[in-house]
Design a protein around this ligand. Structure first.
Ligand code: ADP
Length: 208
């Protein structure tokens, strides 16, 4: 199995690329969703988060109230680091389980980790199955802003989100492949079809 880290700034088209790769046959693990799972009811990070940040964060369903947690860590790098120290090992452990189960139940040549904060964290790296190849999806900032506003974000929130993330230069520096998503859906599908061929070839070379 070739493990691929797929990243990109918010609104760049990363999830769309993940869906297209899945349609070609890749097994996709949504690592951002695992981040929500670890603090959902019965999630492994619920107790440690409550112990560190307070009982008031526990929602009525027993999981963590994400909006309340976000308001603590937003704009506070120390609190965010403290949360990440709890949540990231839990996410990586869950990720290992998922990759393990793909390996035993649904062998795939290519496993794609859909991972927004690849550059900003050690998610997907500090595991028994670290990603071996990195793909970044890029779109012009104006287009990303437009897409986020279309999704229902205010312009102010969208700008704040864009500014809080790693830059395209930082992502490019660790990437083996860059998808430029500045055209329409057909252009993106074509770029992903080419990427898929390259990833499959790499997976086969590694398997030899
Ligand atoms: P990300 O996961 O990087 O935040 P998404 O893949 O969710 O971004 O894309 C954001 C929005 O832009 C979605 O509504 C998606 O359908 C749309 N989109 C992405 N790429 C294209 C494209 N090439 N043409 C048209 N719409 C696109």
């Amino acid at each position: 199995m070739l493990i691929v880290g797929l990243t990109g700034g918010i609104g760049a088209g990363k999830s769309t690329v993940a869906q297209l790769l899945a349609a070609h046959g890749a097994a996709v693990v949504d690592v951002d969703a695992l981040g929500r799972e670890v603090i959902a009811p019965n999630g492994p990070a619920v107790l440690p988060v409550v112990e560190r940040f307070g009982e008031h964060l526990r929602g009525t369903d027993g999981g963590i109230n994400r909006a309340a947690l976000a308001s603590i860590v937003f704009n506070d790098p120390d609190e965010l680091a403290s949360l990440n120290a709890i949540s990231h090992p839990a996410i990586n452990a869950l990720l290992e389980e998922r990759i393990e189960s793909i390996r035993s139940c649904r062998p795939a040549e290519v496993v794609v980790l859909d991972l927004a904060v690849l550059v900003e964290s050690s998610l997907g790296r500090d595991t028994r199955f670290p990603y071996e190849v990195v793909v970044t999806v890029e779109s012009p900032p104006d287009l990303r802003l437009e897409r986020l506003i279309e999704r229902g974000m205010t312009a102010e929130d969208a700008r704040a989100r864009l500014a809080s993330q790693a830059t395209d230069e930082q992502r490019r520096a660790v990437s083996n492949y860059v998808i430029h998503n500045a055209g329409g859906a057909d252009d993106l599908a074509e770029a992903v079809a080419q990427l898929w061929q390259a990833l499959r070839q790499l997976a086969r070379e590694r398997a030899r």
